[in-house]
Design a protein around this ligand. Structure first.
Ligand code: GUN
Length: 294
């Protein structure tokens, strides 16, 4: 068996075109352009790249982006004051505080400061809490996990009753994606650094989500024949044949696992582009909520 390669880049592009059309229609009706504020604290190079990509994607979709950069030395109060100003700014529909924050800043307190209606990342403790509760809906769902579910749906993966294994329990991906899978009635196992017999546990999975940040960790014999494999990992590995000196690889040994999986996402070009598409979608939703409330 050779797996279907799930083309997240194309799927995300189609979504982004639909979002751009929706934004154009909103503007044609006289509503203001939706606005996304990005807050970048410090100089983490990967975060700088991600924020730039998010801003560019906004521009292309007709969404205004307002970029705020604070120094590495910014205090908790300075970050929270900025977030509060953005909460009060009617041009801003969504607030994205890029994570991780520099050491010494209390991430939870910052996220708790974001207005629920502007929490387009879905990381506010109340939104995450609602995700974990039966019969409750969060206002916004975190972008990468939502993108993972979108890709699973795009290949018609049966989630109800499926054995889903999530590798990784991060706040940004592992835990929320596990909660979303539970909401879709999958039977979910969350694996982490203390999990025993990891290859054995993974090999039971109908749906395998890898989000641990370990290059090519998931091998062919970890994967059940016909499983759907979603690789969230983005790892830099040295590669002197590349001009920039490295290449990106996922958490899954793609070339060998594609021989047993029924469908698999590549890295790059799988989950990554979906995160941005979902962020744009959440921002437009936030704008619609604000417009309907005014
Ligand atoms: N860092 C890594 N992924 C994300 C994300 O989706 N949102 C934010 N705010 N920070 C991140």
């Amino acid at each position: 068996m050779t797996a279907k390669i799930i083309d997240g880049k194309t799927i995300a592009l189609e979504l982004r075109e639909a979002i751009a059309a929706e934004v154009a229609a909103m503007k044609a009706k006289g509503f203001p352009a939706p606005g996304l504020a990005t807050v970048l604290v410090g100089e983490n190079p990967a975060s700088q790249v991600y924020v730039r990509m998010k801003q560019k994607a906004c521009e292309k979709a007709g969404i205004e982006s307002y970029g705020y950069v604070l120094p590495e030395t910014a205090t908790q109060e300075e970050v929270e004051t900025l977030v509060k100003e953005l909460n009060d700014d009617p041009k801003v529909n969504g607030i994205l505080v890029q994570l991780p924050l520099p050491k010494g800043l209390d991430e939870e307190r910052v996220l708790n400061t974001i207005s629920l209606e502007k929490d387009v990342d879905g990381f506010h403790p109340v939104n995450i809490g609602r995700l974990a509760q039966k019969g409750r809906e969060s206002l916004f769902v975190p972008c990468t996990p939502e993108g993972v579910i979108y890709l699973l749906d795009s290949v018609g993966a049966e989630l109800e009753g499926a054995n889903a294994v999530v590798l990784g329990r991060s706040n940004i991906v592992g835990m929320p994606v596990a909660l979303l899978l539970v909401k879709r009635n999958a039977t979910v196992t969350i694996c982490h650094s203390r999990t025993k017999n990891l290859p054995e546990v993974c090999s039971q999975a109908d749906i395998l989500i890898a989000a641990v940040g370990r290059p090519a960790m998931v091998k062919r014999d970890w994967v059940k024949k016909g499983a759907v494999v979603i690789d969230v990992g983005v790892n830099r590995v040295d590669d002197s044949t590349r001009e920039r000196g490295y290449r990106l690889v996922g958490d899954v040994a793609f070339d060998e696992v594609k021989e047993v999986a029924s469908a698999i996402t590549p890295v790059p070009g799988g989950v990554g582009p979906m995160t941005i598409a979902m962020l744009l979608r959440n921002t437009v939703r936030a704008a619609n909520l604000a417009n309907n409330a005014s």
